[in-house]
Design a protein around this ligand. Structure first.
Ligand code: ZN
Length: 66
């Protein structure tokens, strides 16, 4: 089993092979990944706000209709 001897992980940002106790190949990559995650989170938040607004728009007329 050669795979066991060549144990390694991949950088979370660029997918480069790295040591198993590392998460990123270097600090720059870690920074890039954090920035990407921040943007993703913001996009998700925006999507949620949009969904809530859309829900309110569809629900409110039902409450106000006789
Ligand atoms: Zn990397």
């Amino acid at each position: 089993m050669a795979e066991k001897l060549l144990q390694h992980k991949h950088c979370r940002n660029c997918n480069k092979a790295i040591l198993p106790d590392l998460k990123f190949c270097d600090d720059k990559c870690e920074g890039e990944h954090k920035e990407m995650m921040r943007k993703k989170r913001n996009q998700l938040l925006l999507l949620m706000v949009f969904a809530i607004i859309l829900m309110l728009i569809t629900v409110i007329p039902v409450y106000f209709s006789p």
